[in-house]
Design a binder for this molecule. Structure first.
Ligand SMILES: [Zn+2]
Length: 392
C-alpha cells in the first residue's frame, strides 16, 4: 500500500497521527511503514526530516517505491496509532535553503537560460551548479533581485497540471518526466518541476546571500546560504568586522581602507628593516676580511636571514658558515662561497653534525642537531687539518 504523503498536502505540518502498517528489525534499527506520513524522505540533494514517532527517534527516512520507510531506534507495534513529530527547526532550515535556491535558479534561468546541473544542501552552505558561466559582476544584481522577490512575500504554489496542459507550462528541467509532474511556481521568480518541500511564501526564506562563485566544468558552482543560515553567517562576519574595527580604531564601513593603510605601512617598515639588516650584516661581514673559513653565530635569524648573512660574509671570506638557533633545539645553518664549490664540504658538515639539508655548489643550507660547542669544534678541526695539510 502506498504511503499517503502528508508533506505534499501541507508542507507546514509539523505533527500528525498515523497507523503503523509494519515494523521490521534491520541492522541499524527498525524500519517502520505508516499509512501516512509528514516525514519528508531524503532526495534531490536534500536531507530527510528527523523527529519522533511515538516513543521512537526517527534516524533516517527513505522513499522505496510508493512507500516511505522510517528507520527508528526502537520497535513500534503494527496496528497501533502513533503520533509523529517533525523536528521543525531542521525541516524549516531545509525549506528555506531549497526555496531560496528556486528563486535564484529561476532568475538565472530567465536571464541566461542555464539549467541547474547540481544541488546539494550541506551542513553549513548550499552548493548549486549551473551549466554556463555567470559574469562575476552580475552576481550582486542577481542576489539583490532574488532578495527583492523574498521581500514581496510571493506565494509558493505547488500543483499538478493536466497532461494536455503540461507542454504549455514554461518550467525548468524539461527532461521527460513521467506524468503527473509536480510544478512549483513562484510568480515572477521560478517555474520548476520539483518534488521537494518549500515554504508557503517567499518571505519565509528571509534572506539570500551568495558566498562564492567558482568555474566548474564549463559552468559555475555557487555557494549560498538562505534564511537563518544567512543571518547567522552575516552575524558572524559582522562580529569579525566589529573586532577589526576596534583593533584598528576604524569605523566599521571603513575597515578595508584601514587594513590597506596598515599593509602599506607594514611594507614600508619591512623595506626599512631589510635595509637596516643589510647594513648590520655588512658590518659583521667586514670583520671576517681575508679569512678562509669564517664561522659565525647570530641569534634570531630564520632560514632566509642565515643565508643572507652567509652571502654577506662570503663577500669578505672564502667560505662562510652562519648558524642561528639554540643548543636546546636545532641550529639553522648555511655554508656559502663565491669562490669554492662547497656542495660536498657543506653536505658532509651537515651530515657530521646530525643534520638535514642540501644545496648546490655555491650554497648548502639545512638544520643541524648539535650544540654550538660541537659545531665550533667541528669547523676548528677542519681548519686545523687544512692548515696542517697546507703546511706540509
Ligand atoms: Zn523545489
Amino acid at each position: 500500500m502506498a504511503t499517503r504523503k502528508l508533506y505534499y498536502e501541507d508542507g507546514q505540518q509539523a505533527s500528525f497521527t498515523a497507523t503503523v502498517l509494519s515494523c521490521t528489525p534491520v541492522e541499524k534499527g527498525y524500519e517502520v511503514i505508516l499509512d501516512r506520513t509528514a516525514f519528508y524522505p531524503e532526495g534531490g540533494g536534500q536531507a530527510c526530516d528527523l523527529g519522533t514517532l511515538g516513543t521512537a527517534q526517527v534516524l533516517d527516512v527513505q522513499e522505496q517505491g510508493e512507500q516511505v520507510v522510517h528507520l527508528c531506534d526502537c520497535a513500534l507495534e503494527a496496528g497501533t496509532c502513533v503520533e509523529g513529530c517533525i523536528q521543525w527547526p531542521h525541516r524549516f532550515d531545509l525549506m528555506q535553503q531549497h526555496t531560496g535556491e528556486h528563486i535564484l535558479s529561476g532568475l538565472i534561468f530567465k536571464k541566461y537560460g542555464y539549467q541547474n546541473s547540481g544541488f546539494h544542501v550541506g551542513k553549513d552552505v548550499m552548493e548549486v551548479d549551473f551549466d554556463g558561466p555567470i559574469p562575476p559582476e552580475d552576481l550582486w544584481a542577481l542576489e539583490e533581485e532574488a532578495n527583492s522577490l523574498i521581500w514581496q512575500n510571493l506565494p509558493v504554489h505547488c500543483y499538478y497540471p493536466a497532461k494536455e496542459e503540461l507542454p504549455y507550462i514554461p518550467y525548468r528541467t524539461k527532461r521527460a518526466l513521467p506524468w503527473p509532474v509536480r510544478i512549483v511556481e513562484i510568480p515572477g521568480g521560478d517555474i520548476c518541476a520539483c518534488c521537494g518541500i518549500h515554504v508557503a511564501f517567499t518571505g519565509q526564506v528571509g534572506l539570500i546571500k551568495i558566498l562564492s562563485c567558482v568555474s566548474l566544468r564549463g559552468g559555475v558552482r555557487l555557494e549560498l546560504v538562505c534564511g537563518q543560515r544567512a543571518y547567522r553567517y552575516m552575524a558572524n562576519i559582522f562580529g569579525q568586522n566589529r573586532e577589526v574595527s576596534r583593533i584598528l580604531s576604524a569605523k566599521m564601513p571603513e575597515t578595508a581602507a584601514a587594513v590597506q593603510s596598515l599593509q602599506a605601512h607594514y611594507n614600508e617598515e619591512k623595506y626599512r628593516a631589510n635595509a637596516l639588516q643589510k647594513k648590520v650584516f655588512d658590518s659583521i661581514a667586514a670583520g671576517y676580511t681575508g679569512q678562509h673559513l669564517a664561522v659565525h653565530f647570530e641569534d634570531g635569524l630564520n632560514g632566509g636571514g642565515v643565508r643572507d648573512l652567509a652571502q654577506a660574509i662570503g663577500q669578505y671570506a672564502a667560505v662562510a658558515v652562519v648558524c642561528s638557533g639554540s643548543d636546546d633545539a636545532v641550529y639553522s645553518i648555511c655554508i656559502y662561497s663565491e669562490r669554492e664549490d662547497v656542495s660536498a664540504f657543506g653536505k658532509n658538515a651537515i651530515h657530521s653534525l646530525n643534520g638535514r639539508g642540501g644545496g648546490k655548489k655555491e650554497a648548502v643550507q639545512g638544520t643541524v642537531n648539535a650544540t654550538k660547542a660541537q659545531i665550533v669544534h667541528y669547523f676548528d678541526a677542519l681548519s686545523a687539518s687544512t692548515a696542517g695539510a697546507q703546511g706540509e
